[in-house]
Design a binder for this molecule. Structure first.
Ligand SMILES: *Cc1c(COP(=O)(O)O)cnc(C)c1O
Length: 396
């Protein structure tokens, strides 16, 4: 059998390559940070990591992880409900709830699992899930595993959301689901308006704060802080894999009974391993650091404002951002690839995104700003963008 199947796969892979959609991985040989070393030996400034607060190689987090390695060992060899729960896991769940102003938290191996395991145990075929069209792939997959009726509204389009809520009025329970920050544009979900509509049409809200936690809001508590509705949405999901240290792990935090039910019925929680205690310990340290000082969040906000303002002044077409994502619009797919390659030659590591990751003729370079970046890093990136932009005719 495999001979035939191999041929089939080879054809598919060639087609991916010929369409210019083949993803190659660049090899990094240093810790994650503002400056990284890639396997060619080149040192580059990293502008494509989700390392928003610069915590991925933070000494205090590493120390907390090392300490837990000594006190609690390396792995749990169990799911949570058999023998995979330590005092460290319980404390991290409590700390995450404190961070978001929620009632309780449940940890997962990843946010992909949190989203994959949140819908099916909570909603049935009498119910409705009303989902933003640009929600993350893991939300889409999670919704597919659930029997609830599906409604979809155009990205952040409140008129459309209202229409869908009207259409879902005969359902038993309604849950509106949205990303906090949409990762390709860097725009924030209009959660204040979603909240009003949820009240008007008797619905609950779930927001995925993966890209917004640590970033959005004055103290980085996410979109519920930005719109002053902390503790008011029923469900928040998020990741430890982005601003929160970047290692691994996800969570769902929110109303007590919802979390209680997920512990009983959520399949990725019941059937997948507990996160290593050292990761949980670093997570606790991370929340503690963010409770003591707002330094990193402030620096990130300043850096993002500085970078996007200077890029716009230089003549680039940047999408307005309320996150740490700055989408530099180029529209042409090939141009986005050329530009990213030339920027790498200049020591700036960014990625060009094009169809099908973004809509056709909406190609762009997505820049991700970090608190790890110093002013000189930002200036170097802006200068490189300007130089390459002129070479490629993007700037006059
Ligand atoms: C990154 C991301 C995830 C997945 O997070 P992992 O912990 O890496 O699985 C889920 N949802 C959103 C919105 C994300 O941006």
């Amino acid at each position: 059998m495999y001979n035939q199947y191999q041929e089939f796969l080879q054809k598919e892979l060639t087609a991916i390559q010929e369409a210019g959609l083949f993803k190659n991985e660049r090899i990094i040989v240093s810790p994650q940070g503002a400056e990284i070393t890639i396997s060619t030996g080149q040192k580059v400034l990293n502008f494509c990591a989700n390392n928003y607060l610069g915590l991925s190689n933070n000494p205090k987090l590493k120390e907390a992880a090392k300490h837990a390695l000594d006190t609690h060992g390396y792995g749990m060899s169990s799911v949570r409900f058999i023998c995979g729960t330590t005092d460290i896991h319980k404390l991290l769940e409590k700390k995450i709830a404190e961070f978001f102003g929620t009632e309780d938290t449940i940890l997962y191996a990843a946010a992909f699992d949190a989203n994959g395991g949140v819908f099916e145990p909570l909603l049935g075929e009498e119910d409705a899930i009303i989902s933003d069209a640009l929600n993350h792939a893991s939300i889409i997959d999670g919704v597919r595993l659930c029997k609830a009726q599906r409604y979809r509204y155009a990205n952040a389009d409140m008129n459309d959301l209202e229409e869908q809520l009207k259409a879902a009025q005969s359902n038993r329970f309604r849950l509106i689901v949205t990303d906090g920050v949409f990762s390709m544009d860097g725009n924030v979900a209009p959660l204040n308006k979603i909240y009003e509509l949820a009240n008007k049409y008797n619905a609950m809200i779930m927001v995925d704060e993966s890209h917004s936690a640590g970033v959005v809001g004055h103290t980085g508590r996410g979109v519920t802080e930005l719109y002053d509705i902390k503790g008011k949405v029923e469900i928040i999901t998020g990741t430890l894999g982005k601003a929160f240290g970047g290692a691994i792990g996800g969570f769902t935090t929110g109303k007590k009974e919802i979390i209680d039910m997920l512990r009983q019925r959520s399949r990725p929680y019941l059937f997948s391993n507990s996160i290593p205690p050292l990761v949980a310990a670093a997570g606790i340290k991370m929340v503690e650091m963010m409770s003591e000082t707002n330094e990193l969040q402030d620096k990130l906000h300043e850096n993002t404002a500085y970078f996007s303002q200077k890029m716009i002044e230089a003549g680039f077409d940047c999408k307005p951002t309320q996150s740490a994502i700055v989408a530099v619009m180029l529209y042409d797919a090939k141009l986005s690839q050329q530009m990213a390659a030339k920027l790498l030659d200049e020591g700036i590591y960014v990625i060009g995104f094009y169809y099908p990751v973004v809509p056709k003729d909406q190609a762009r370079i997505r820049v991700q700003v970090s608190a790890a970046h110093e002013r000189e890093h930002l200036d170097k990136a802006i200068a490189a963008f300007t130089k390459v932009g002129k070479e490629l005719g993007v700037l006059k």
